[in-house]
Design a protein around this ligand. Structure first.
Ligand SMILES: Nc1nc2c(c(=O)[nH]1)N[C@H]1C(S)=C(S)[C@@H](COP(=O)(O)O)O[C@H]1N2
Ligand SMILES: [Mo]
Length: 426
């Protein structure tokens, strides 16, 4: 095992060779994905029931995984060799020898954890550390390039800072780079990074990045990135590396994220936004019309979800975001899913809400609703609509009173366009 971080996924030549495929994967996140798989949006389906469960069943997540074969398709001996079983999982923590014109001194650790010398961290040791320093909280996973949340879970593990403290004294460390399993193929590398400060310091009441080993009260299934996944609470999915296997502390101050490719902002935060569920496009006049969706509380929190119902008159020109009709729209609040009264019915057996970050340890009630980086359902019932064609838009308003799609410096910091559902009443 080399001690240095692994090379970038694709060389300049390979990049040029693959650009013809770029159009076919406009939604894709990393360069590596162009040759492997695109991050396509999930199809809109009518949900089976309302509200959406607060915890998504692990198989019901929309999966975004690179790799060929996908790491979660490995079985038997191949899985053991990949170190992706509870018994075989190991984590290496090393110091990156990187120096450059600007970076004179390489990072160092007084204690490295490696496979070669048998010191790599195993799962029992990580779980033991968790008995002293565990964290758990409710988090939605969303891809920066897909305009739909992928799922939400109760994630549990050990703060990254506690794991890094196993490595003695650090010197000249400005970033933490980390990698998931990738079939030993440099083209399939999926990597991400955090600043030293993000890894080591957490404002009171905020959520630390951590090494998760439980999801919804059970070991993390292979499909969701188990045995161990790095979870970065505030970030889009690409920072939450599945099948975590390697960490390198570095004095390179640059983000090495796979998602820094293709114009994505590698330091983006989850955006506050409303999403409309799949719904019929035809209704009988006189019957109530029930529309619903999910609202994600991003960095700026969520105050409400509101809607605008627009009747399309024959021959009218289509409404465009920010045009005159849009600016004159009257937005009316939707119903937000109520705060559960009994959290024992929400969280898995053995998990008390008093032990979940963001919940009051005395009352077991959340300190805000919805909690930042989580999502809840919203709904709206429309009545007595005369026959005709309609557009229904829903948007989130954050705790700064900014309406979606604000804040909106560029779309490559996360998709949050206002969604529309078109339907006809007859
Ligand atoms: N090792 C690894 N981790 C990964 C990825 C990957 O391809 N490989 N994809 C990332 C991206 S781009 C997203 S959006 C999320 C998706 O998480 P999910 O499949 O659990 O929904 O995982 C992230 N972690
Ligand atoms: Mo993603």
């Amino acid at each position: 095992m080399p001690l240095s971080p692994e090379p970038e996924p694709l060389s300049r030549r390979a990049f040029v060779r693959n650009t013809s495929m770029a159009a076919a994967s406009a939604l894709a996140g990393g360069i590596a994905s162009r040759s492997i798989t695109a991050d396509a949006a999930p199809p809109k389906t009518v949900p089976a029931s309302y509200p959406h469960p607060l915890l998504t069943a692990s198989d019901d997540y929309y999966d975004v995984s690179r790799g060929n074969p996908k790491p979660h398709s490995l079985v038997g001996e191949a899985l053991v060799e990949a170190r992706l079983t509870a018994e075989s999982w190991r984590l290496e923590i090393v110091a990156d020898p990187f120096t450059s014109e600007l970076v004179k001194e390489p990072a160092s650790l007084t204690k490295v954890l490696t496979l070669d010398d048998g010191t790599a961290l195993d799962l029992p040791a990580l779980i033991e550390l968790g008995k002293m320093h565990s964290v758990r909280f409710l988090k939605a996973i969303q891809c920066l390039n897909i305009a739909a949340p992928l799922g939400q879970g109760l994630w549990e593990g050990v703060p990254l800072r506690e794991v890094l403290r196993l490595c003695g004294t650090m010197k000249n460390v400005r970033r933490i780079y980390y990698w998931g399993y990738h079939n030993n193929d440099p083209k399939q590398v999926f990597q991400s990074s955090l600043s030293y400060t993000e890894a080591m310091e957490t404002p009171p009441g905020d959520l630390p990045p951590f090494l998760a080993y439980r999801l919804n009260g059970k070991p993390i299934p292979l499909k969701r990135g188990g045995p161990v996944r790095l979870i970065v609470p505030w970030a889009h999915g690409f920072k939450s590396i599945k099948w975590l296997q390697r960490i390198a502390v570095t004095n390179d101050f640059k983000a090495n994220d796979t998602y820094a490719n293709q114009n994505n902002d590698p330091e983006s935060h989850l955006k506050t936004a409303a999403y409309i569920d799949g719904a019929p496009d035809k209704y009988d006049a006189g019957k109530p019309i029930f529309l619903s969706g999910l609202a994600l509380a991003g960095l700026s929190g969520l105050k409400r979800v509101e809607h605008w119902l627009h009747r399309i008159e024959p021959g009218a020109k289509p409404v465009v975001q920010d045009d005159e009709t849009y600016r004159a729209a009257r937005w009316t609040p939707c119903e937000l899913e109520a705060l559960p009264t009994d959290w024992s019915g929400v969280f898995p057996a053995g998990v008390s809400s008093k032990d979940v970050l963001g919940f009051d340890p005395k009352t077991g009630q959340p300190t805000a609703w919805p909690l930042r980086y989580s999502m809840i359902s919203w709904s709206m019932t429309l009545r007595d609509l005369p026959p005709g064609k309609y557009e229904f838009r829903a948007r989130a308003v954050d705790l700064n009173d900014f309406a979606q799609p604000e804040p909106r410096p560029v779309q490559k910091t996360g998709k949050n366009a206002v969604e529309v559902h078109r339907f006809e009443v007859s």
